[in-house]
Design a protein around this ligand. Structure first.
Ligand code: ADP
Ligand code: MG
Length: 263
C-alpha cells in the first residue's frame, strides 16, 4: 500500500488506497445537468463503511440521478465522487472494476427471463469474475439462502412473485460480493403485501454490516434501519440527520410538507 500524504495520494488512477478507510462513498460538489436542466445542484454527501443512509424526497428531486452518479451510470457534469478510496470521476479510472464492487438494485428487477434463479446469480460471477461453475453455484446458493429462496433455485422469473424476483435480484448483486449496495426504490413496483419480505432482507443486510445507500419511500424502514436520512428536494440536500431528527422532527418546511404527504 502506498504511503499517504494527506488527501492527494500519488497512487495511479483507479488504484485503491487506504485514504479515508472508513469511508465507502464520498460525494463532493456534485452537479449534473441534462442539457439546460440542472438536476443535481451541488451535492455533498459521505457514507461511512457499514452505514445505512436513506435518501428521501419528492419525485423528480434527483434521487435516482444521485445514485446513478455513484457508479457512473450517469456521468457527473462536475464534482468528485469517490467510492471505497477510488475516485470514480477520475477520467482514467477503470469504471468496470469499480462497478464490480458496487451492488445495485433497481425498482425493475431486470432478471434474465430465460435463466433460472440460480443461473441469474451465476452468469455474472462466471463472465465478469471468471469463477468456475462450481464456485459460482456455491456462492449463488449461499445468497439464495440469505434471501430466503433456497427452494426456488430452478424457478424461472415468470414463475416468481415480484417480491421473490426482487429478492433474486438482491441475491444476484450479493453474489458479486460488493463492498456497498445502492438501492433505488426497490419496493416501489411491488404489490403492498410483497414489500415486507424485501424490506426484511434489506434489514438483515443492514444488520450484517453492509454499507447501503437506499432511495426509498418506506418511512418505517428509514426510521428503523437508517443510521442517517437525507431529504432531497430540487437537486439539493435540504437536511440530513438521524431518522429521529429528519423524519421525527424535521427542521425545514419542505421536509415537513413532503413527510405530510408520504406518512
Ligand atoms: P427522482 O429519482 O428523485 O424522482 P430523477 O433523478 O429520476 O429524480 O430525475 C430528476 C430530474 O432529472 C427529473 O426532472 C427527470 O425528468 C430528469 N432526468 C432524469 N434522467 C434524465 C435523462 N436521462 N435525460 C433528461 N432528463 C432526465
Ligand atoms: Mg427515482
Amino acid at each position: 500500500e502506498p504511503v499517504l500524504l494527506g488527501k492527494e495520494s500519488a497512487a495511479p488512477a483507479g488504484t485503491r488506497t487506504d485514504a479515508d478507510a472508513g469511508e465507502a462513498i464520498r460525494i463532493e460538489g456534485l452537479h449534473k445537468s441534462f442539457g439546460e436542466l440542472e438536476v443535481l445542484k451541488g451535492i455533498d454527501l459521505n457514507v461511512r463503511r457499514g452505514e445505512v443512509v436513506c435518501v428521501i424526497g419528492p419525485s423528480g428531486s434527483g434521487k435516482s440521478t444521485l445514485l446513478r452518479c455513484v457508479n457512473l451510470l450517469e456521468e457527473p457534469t462536475s464534482g468528485k465522487v469517490t467510492v471505497a478510496g477510488t475516485e470514480v470521476t477520475d477520467p482514467d479510472v477503470d469504471i468496470d472494476r469499480v462497478r464490480r464492487r458496487i451492488g445495485m438494485v433497481f425498482q425493475a428487477f431486470n432478471l434474465f427471463p430465460h435463466l433460472t434463479a440460480l443461473e441469474n446469480l451465476t452468469i455474472a460471477q462466471r463472465r465478469v469474475l471468471g469463477r468456475d461453475r462450481e464456485s459460482a453455484e456455491r456462492t449463488a446458493r449461499h445468497n439464495l439462502e440469505r434471501v430466503g429462496l433456497t427452494d426456488k433455485e430452478t424457478a424461472y422469473p415468470a414463475k416468481l412473485s415480484g417480491g421473490q424476483q426482487q429478492r433474486v435480484a438482491i441475491a444476484r448483486a450479493l453474489s458479486m460480493e460488493p463492498e456497498l449496495m445502492l438501492f433505488d426504490e426497490p419496493t416501489s413496483a411491488l404489490d403492498p403485501e410483497l414489500v415486507g419480505d424485501v424490506l426484511a432482507v434489506m434489514r438483515r443486510l443492514a444488520k450484517e454490516g453492509m454499507t447501503m445507500l437506499v432511495v426509498t419511500h418506506e418511512m418505517s424502514f428509514a426510521r428503523e434501519v437508517a443510521d442517517r436520512v437525507v431529504f432531497m428536494d430540487d437537486g439539493a440536500i435540504v437536511e440530513e440527520g438521524t431518522p429521529a431528527r429528519v423524519v421525527g422532527d424535521p427542521q425545514h418546511a419542505r421536509t415537513r410538507e413532503f413527510l405530510a404527504r408520504v406518512l
